[in-house]
Design a protein around this ligand. Structure first.
Ligand SMILES: Cc1cc2nc3c(=O)[nH]c(=O)nc-3n(C[C@H](O)[C@H](O)[C@H](O)COP(=O)(O)OP(=O)(O)OC[C@H]3O[C@@H](n4cnc5c(N)ncnc54)[C@H](O)[C@@H]3O)c2cc1C
Length: 309
């Protein structure tokens, strides 16, 4: 590979990284996208809520994104970035290194699920978290919400919008009387006791199994997972500040607290949907290009002055 310096190395080729790469490629910057190939929404068969692409398989969006960016000379490298040295040398797990003037980190996030047997196999199918992603598809069905965190009750109140038949499984969450009243006031049933597993038949969720052996018929179960940003250790070592939950601190255009490094998508914003992540990638790209242009001006001035003297 040509070892010349890239204008921008993008780490992570999901919606945020690809969107940035497209904008930077069109701005005639030399760009490489390094991607480990595990986008957060990979378990879902369809992606919803992305204007003009509603219902598209997530992998198809990424395929189209890569094709578009490739037209403008963006290079793609499959691999895992394992370290980044200041100003900037990016090292991959196969020993390859790339040099870059600027970095965009778009490594996304992962979801930590409760350790109930069988849950992870149903993730993104009928074990769900986001009503904006899948609420419409399971509307009016017998739904459940698993109580795990202080957000779980609020989550149930939200999901109530999609079905009149909603059960709150208290599971590991200690409901207050006020929360119980709030749930019941909107017609939700509370089922106390630990959830032990799921009943799955013909590859579809049929019910939720409780610790005492009872089965409650349900066709989809929602949870608020713990969302953990990915690969932030790379940034911490460079001095980038993280928030209290470990997400990268950025300004409105994605600039981190370290000059030359931007972050976009779920690694900085746990609430980002695919379209938001793409938007943040685009905003970061425009900011990066402006910053590079500023440096180009300084370099040109310096060269001009050297020529005169
Ligand atoms: C089950 C499920 C279904 C969802 N459905 C929807 C939906 O219908 N609509 C919607 O809008 N949102 C949906 N979401 C949310 C959606 O997944 C995120 O909004 C989106 O993935 C964020 O994009 P991103 O580019 O920030 O990160 P990602 O899409 O996760 O991409 C990050 C990429 O970076 C790579 N990476 C990480 N670390 C490294 C490293 N060190 N080196 C190289 N590469 C690295 C990863 O492998 C990955 O390919 C869903 C989420 C889940 C969990």
């Amino acid at each position: 590979m040509d070892k010349a310096i890239y204008d921008v190395v993008v780490v992570g080729g999901g919606a945020a990284g690809l969107s940035a790469a497209l904008v930077l490629g069109r701005a005639r910057r030399r760009v490489a996208v390094i991607d480990a190939g595990a986008p957060r929404n990979a378990p879902a068969a369809h992606m919803h809520g992305y204007l003009s692409r509603d219902g598209l398989p997530p992998s198809e969006l990424l395929k189209i994104g890569r094709e578009e960016a490739t037209r403008y000379g963006v290079e793609f490298i499959t691999g895992h970035v394992v370290s980044i040295e200041p100003a900037f040398t990016v090292a991959l797990d196969d020993g390859e290194t790339l040099r870059a003037r600027r970095l965009l980190i778009a490594t996304g996030a992962t979801d930590e699920l409760p350790g109930i047997p069988g849950l992870s196999e149903r993730w993104g199918r009928d074990f769900l978290h986001c009503p904006y992603c899948r609420g419409w598809e399971v509307r009016d069905q017998p739904l459940g919400v698993l109580g795990t965190t202080t957000d779980s009750v609020e989550h149930a109140q939200l999901i109530r919008q999609w079905s009149d038949d909603l059960i709150f499984f208290a599971h590991s969450y200690d409901l207050t009387d006020a929360e119980r009243d709030q749930l019941e006031a909107r017609g939700m049933r509370v089922v106390d006791g630990e959830v032990r597993g799921l009943v799955v038949h013909h590859d579809r969720l049929r019910g939720v199994v409780l610790g005492d052996g009872r089965t409650v018929e349900r066709t989809a179960l929602f949870v608020r997972p713990q969302i953990r940003p990915r690969s932030t250790a790379l940034l911490e070592r460079l001095g980038c500040e993280l928030d209290d939950f470990g997400f990268v601190l950025v300004d409105r255009v994605g600039q981190t607290t370290v000059p030359g490094i931007w972050a976009a998508g779920n690694v900085a914003n746990p609430r980002a949907q695919v379209i938001t992540a793409a938007g943040e990638g685009s905003a970061a790209a425009i900011s990066i290009n402006a910053d590079l242009t500023h440096e180009d001006v300084q370099d040109a001035l310096q060269k001009a002055q050297q020529t005169i003297s």
